[in-house]
Design a protein around this ligand. Structure first.
Ligand code: GLC
Length: 628
């Protein structure tokens, strides 16, 4: 095609994309900011500019994903999450491990925060001072582009963090704000006196009550009180200013044009402030997210958005788009409740709470969106179990259960198999969260310390049950680096001055490649976990109905309090998944499964026929079965 013709076609594509998403963008934009024709024109010009700059290879990817818009819902998708330095030293080092990622089945990798952080403590990279640069310790933007292209060529997409609730106080915008530049002071929440902070503080909660109490910081040198929800060095952006929206659009599209496929929108719940509320999950947040999504659909349509909102069920569901936002908000959101309920049932050997919560609060599917399912990530576990949900189950109270779980997973409860830590104890509210790696929380650390091979075996089965759960629930499963070989808590963070105050570092160990090598084909817990994980993920890919997020997930009552179950309603027939949360064999009535649509009693996970005894299916200790 000659150049002129190519350009007209490109422009025509932009015009079509603009027309498709214009109202998705401008309706929420106007609800948020009112009518500003000049700013709207600027926004459109920005999108046009980033589209014009978008590399041809990525425009091809845009077309490919136009043709296959449900690519991320596919059973072929498996995510793997890592800190680049802890996995591979540097960005380019990742290229040496593509084979390993492929053997696991990963088709999506999340590079944990890798943009240039502030010097000193940086909240694990979530205190970004330059969105246009990669952390110089691991590489450059050109390296990122190169690695992204190489991974893409091998069928692996890349997720990258976009921290949009706050910037580091060393970010160029913050520096100008400190210098008194009004334009940039309005990028943040800066107050000349403590009156407003005091008023807001009345209804706010503290995210890091031990490390960073309060939500505001007073800087006498500039005579300002600044909103700092997380740490003192993380300044909350003022999203009620349309300029901030435009700036973040630029950041987003810059990363997209360098080759990011998935943008993980960090801490989105906190983006809108409203006096008299806890300033989380405000309706405007959903307008902002729809607007950002529309902007990406116009100028970098191959890219999808993942929302990180670790909140209670009622507040969580809207992030995947509900009501007028359906199909227009995030494409992925962390299912923190599935994760919490897994740990809760594991501790109690009881699933009624899990069944009730997952059945009552969550729709069976979404439009153009699905859950990111996971068991562990780099963060602590917050026990998002409400009073009402506790009260719905006999002998359970929300507060009592949260207390029990925090004790259990800190290893402070008699009979607990877990080894972990308490993360941020809020003495005022009694809230306590937990740190700890998948393996240590699931009992492997204590079993190995006691030289108890039976207990180690149980820990391995607990972990594999968790992996089978996230692989079949109807979402994109995310494996956290090292969990596939059962990496234990790493207590050496206490010796690193920047990390010592934050015990989330106990579950962020560096990848142990020696252990990985030994685990390939060897014996012992790491080898069993690795082989088990690879098997489950391979079966996920082989059985579309168990895994593609296109189909609905209906939670069922399996008729036994230790068994959790759900049905995937596929076109070719149902698949019922069962999980035994106890260390004893349990039976499920075949009639319950027939009612759910099971006809052949073929276990797709082991790919074998299940024999019924007394018209019951027997589920092994920590067993998992995917029945069609
Ligand atoms: C997100 C991150 C967490 C970080 C926080 C503040 O929740 O996952 O690690 O501390 O945002 O950026």
């Amino acid at each position: 095609m000659n150049r002129d013709k190519q350009m007209t076609k490109d422009q025509r594509l932009f015009d079509l994309r603009w027309r498709r998403s214009e109202t998705d963008l401008l309706d929420p934009f106007r609800r948020l900011y009112g009518r500003h024709p000049a700013i709207e024109a600027e926004l459109k010009a920005l999108l046009q500019r980033y589209w014009d700059e978008r590399p041809d290879a990525l425009k091809d990817l845009d077309l490919q994903r136009d043709l296959e818009p449900d690519w991320f819902l596919s059973e072929k998708m498996v995510g793997y999450v890592f800190y680049v330095d802890r996995f591979a030293g540097t960005l380019k080092g990742v290229l040496d491990h593509i084979g390993y990622l492929e053997e696991l089945g990963a088709t999506y990798v999340h590079f944990m925060p890798c943009l240039k952080p502030r010097p000193g403590p940086n909240d694990g990279g979530y205190s970004v001072m330059d969105y246009g640069a990669i952390d110089p310790r691991i590489g450059t933007m050109d390296d990122f582009e190169e690695v992204a292209a190489a991974l893409r060529a091998r069928g692996i997409s890349i997720c990258i963090d976009l921290v949009l609730n706050h910037t580091a106080k060393e970010h160029a915008w913050a520096e100008k704000a400190k210098a008194g530049d009004e334009r940039y002071r309005n990028y943040y929440w800066m107050f000349d006196n403590p009156d407003e902070p005091v008023a807001y503080e009345k209804t706010l909660v503290e995210v890091f009550p031990n490390d960073a109490p309060g939500n505001f910081t007073h800087y006498p040198e500039i005579g300002s009180w600044v909103w700092t929800t997380f740490n003192e060095h993380q300044w909350d952006l003022n999203w009620s200013n349309p300029r901030v929206f435009l700036e973040i659009v630029c950041v987003m599209l810059t990363l997209a044009n360098r080759g990011a496929d998935v943008l993980r929108l960090d801490a989105v719940a906190f983006m809108w402030k409203r006096l008299g509320t806890n300033c989380q999950n405000q309706p405007e947040v959903h307008d902002i997210l729809q607007g950002l999504r529309a902007a990406t659909r116009i100028a970098a349509p191959a890219v999808i958005h993942k929302a990180e909102a670790i909140v209670a069920p009622r507040d969580l569901v809207p992030y995947l788009g509900q009501g007028s936002h359906a199909g227009r908000e995030a494409n992925l959101a962390y299912h923190n409740n599935l994760m919490v309920q897994y740990w809760s049932s594991l501790a109690t050997r009881q699933t009624p709470l899990m069944t009730n919560v997952l059945r009552t609060h969550f729709p069976p599917r979404f439009r153009n969106a699905c859950w990111a399912t996971y068991i562990r990530c780099h963060d602590d576990i917050g026990w998002a179990i409400t009073e009402e949900d506790g009260a719905a189950i006999p002998n359970v109270s929300g507060a009592g259960h949260r207390r029990f779980l925090a004790d259990f997973y800190a290893g402070q409860h008699t009979g607990s198999f877990a080894r972990g830590g308490i993360f941020q104890e809020n003495v005022e509210t009694g809230d306590r969260r937990n740190s700890g790696s998948f393996a240590s929380l699931a009992g492997l650390e204590s079993a190995l310390a006691a030289g108890d091979t039976v207990a180690a075996g149980a820990a391995v089965q607990r972990m594999l049950m968790g992996v089978a759960l996230i692989a079949s629930f109807g979402g994109l499963p995310l494996l956290y680096m090292g969990d596939e070989v059962g990496l234990l808590n790493d207590y050496s963070f206490e010796n690193v001055p920047e990390h010592a105050h934050d015990n989330r570092w106990m579950h962020r160990p560096a990848m142990d490649w020696e252990l990985v090598n030994k685990a390939q084909g060897g014996e012992g817990a790491p080898a069993q976990i690795l082989a088990g994980v690879r098997h489950i993920l391979a079966r996920r890919k082989a059985v579309a109905e168990s895994s593609t997020a296109i189909y609905a997930t209906r939670v069922i009552d399996a008729g036994h309090p230790a068994i959790f179950g759900f049905v995937r309603e596929a076109d070719v027939g149902a698949l019922a998944a069962l999980f035994n949360f106890s260390e004893t064999w349990r039976n499920v009535e075949a009639s319950v499964l027939r009612e759910a649509g099971v006809t052949e009693f073929h276990d797709q996970l082991s790919d074998g026929k299940v024999t019924l005894h007394n018209d019951q299916v027997a589920v092994a200790p920590y067993g998992r079965i995917w029945l069609t």
